[in-house]
Ligand binder design. Structure first.
Ligand SMILES: [Fe+2]
Length: 324
């Protein structure tokens, strides 16, 4: 589908060259589309499958990532959930909108096609997108993502901190752990690292992105927040992930200290090839990433403080996990 006007705004070749190589803010026009007004968002929430709807709440201290909690919608309909995001301390994540909604698949593909035209040499695959609807004061704790990600901000305001990889805050072992699905939920954060961060107050119509594996955190600063989070892979991003995974796996099964994260030349290519081969050998294959699943510990309730009603009873919690 083509849109009447470009979705990216004011992009110059110099900007395009910085994509994927720097913490980078640019402009777009997605927020002008009717797709993101209240009525359409409620309608989207209504037709979005509940098993792909993340519902979370959190504390207020950026260090206390242990206060991130998983919730359930209970009997609430889409309009009531939307109201809870407006009035409470709730994070709604409509996962994989491209898979569930053809209009979103068209939009995100059109966006990537424009990006690829604007950024010579950029070739993306495994594109996916999550729509985030979050309360005016919600936060997301410090974390690292595996694919390349871009945050297209649509409504409300938020402050984003990104911690440059060159600062050395995040070790190669940590990135390996995240890629294995081990560490992403338990990354330690210290407030003083903010001195090393690039922070930005994101307005509707702005997009922020950063080099793959750059740690980041987010604090909403006003109004109901709506953002589209897109993720993609490139050949280089896949090589990077495979080199980290190969280093870790080879250290376990082979003599030698595999640490280099260089991406160019024949050695990284060979590492990637060997990892791919080993994945097919049952006794030598690395364990596939598991990921951590939070227990469901609250139900969204418009009458409760922050619209969060804790499930205190163990049986109730267990039932919630089973029903999820
Ligand atoms: Fe993220």
């Amino acid at each position: 589908m083509t849109y009447a006007q470009p979705l990216l705004e004011n992009w110059t070749p110099e900007q395009a060259a910085r994509m994927e190589n720097a913490i980078f803010v640019a402009q777009h026009r997605l927020h002008e589309l009717p797709l993101f007004d209240n009525e359409q968002l409620i309608e989207l929430l209504d037709r979005h499958p509940r098993q792909d709807l993340g519902i979370n709440t959190m504390g207020t201290d950026p260090v206390r990532h242990d206060q991130w909690q998983e919730g359930r919608a209970g009997q609430l309909n889409a309009e009531q959930l939307f109201e809870a995001a407006n009035a409470g301390r709730i994070w709604l994540n409509l996962r994989r909108v491209m898979d569930h909604h053809a209009d979103y698949a068209r939009l995100v593909n059109a966006l990537y096609e424009e990006l690829e035209v604007g950024c010579p040499g950029l070739a993306t695959y495994n594109r996916s997108a999550n729509l985030l609807i979050s309360s005016p004061q919600a936060i997301v704790y410090y974390h690292v993502d595996c694919p390349v990600n871009m945050l297209w901000h649509l409504r409300g305001t938020k402050r984003v901190w990104a911690y440059p990889l060159e600062s050395g805050i995040v070790s190669d072992e940590t990135i390996e752990g995240v890629l294995c699905g081990e560490k992403s939920e338990e990354l330690e954060f210290q407030m003083e690292w903010d001195d090393l961060a690039v922070s930005y107050d994101l307005q509707p119509g702005e997009m922020v992105t950063w080099p793959q594996h750059t740690p980041h955190r987010v604090v909403n600063t006003g109004g109901l927040n709506v953002s589209l989070s897109t993720e993609h892979m490139t050949r280089r991003a896949a090589r990077r992930n495979n080199v980290y995974l190969a280093n870790r796996h080879f250290r376990h099964i082979l003599p030698g200290d595999f640490r280099s994260v260089a991406l160019n030349g024949w050695r990284p290519a060979l590492k990637e090839l060997m990892l791919r081969v080993l994945r097919r050998v049952p006794l030598l294959a690395p364990t596939p990433p598991q990921g951590y699943k939070y227990p469901v510990s609250f139900e969204v309730d418009l009458e409760a403080p922050n619209c969060v009603r804790p499930l205190t009873n163990t049986t109730q919690r267990q039932l919630a996990v089973n029903a999820y």
